[in-house]
Write a protein that binds this ligand. Sequence first.
Ligand code: SAH
Length: 222
Amino acid sequence: GRAAALRARMEERLLAARFRYINQQLYTSTSQEAAQLFQSDPEAFEIYHRGFAQQVGRWPENPVHRIIRYLRRRPASLVVADFGCGDCKIASSIKNKVHSFDLVPLSPLVTVCDMAKVPLAAESVDIAVFCLALMGTNLQEILEEANRVLKQGGTLMVAEVASRFEDIRAFMNAMAQLGFKSVSKDLSSAFFHLLEFAKTGPPRRHRPAPGLRLRPCLYKRR
Ligand code: SAH
């Protein structure tokens, strides 16, 4: 009856509030702190993922499907690393060898680790992917790790929420200093930017690259 409907609505609101809170924590802490958060509270991870899937479900297109289409056009012999893989949509959709990294295993395909320190040899990967996963404040450390595992000339794909970019030119300049040359950028979606880079070499600086900063992606109360 009405009481049950009210109760269900209240529960839904509480979950939404918890999602927004966890989401905000992920965008405002380092990846090490995020790892600790999920280790100490595995339920937080479930709530986060439910909320994340709901948010992206409202978009006209999920960027992970664009990335999968892109990967299918490239040789299946290429080795892929999916940083912040979530439920492993990429690994379960392509024939390539895919290393899937996340803080908590939503699927048996996941290797649990902090993406700032992945268990891969240097220059062992052809394509590194960050699909809506550049969350920590230690963005530079995370991208340096991607640079380390990528082969020379390897591909870096980044899909990020459009509103997170303060200054896309400054961001591209910072990426160049980290050893990533822009190959193509698709800014046509109002929801996400899709950026493709090629690794030109190791980072040219280890000092903080200004311009790399991304705004946290905070969701409004509905
Ligand atoms: N790429 C997936 C999931 C995106 S949600 C997709 O597009 O569907 C962002 C993911 O990044 C979450 O699963 C979150 O747990 C993960 N993540 C955030 N910080 C991380 C870190 N430091 N190390 C590994 N994974 C991380």
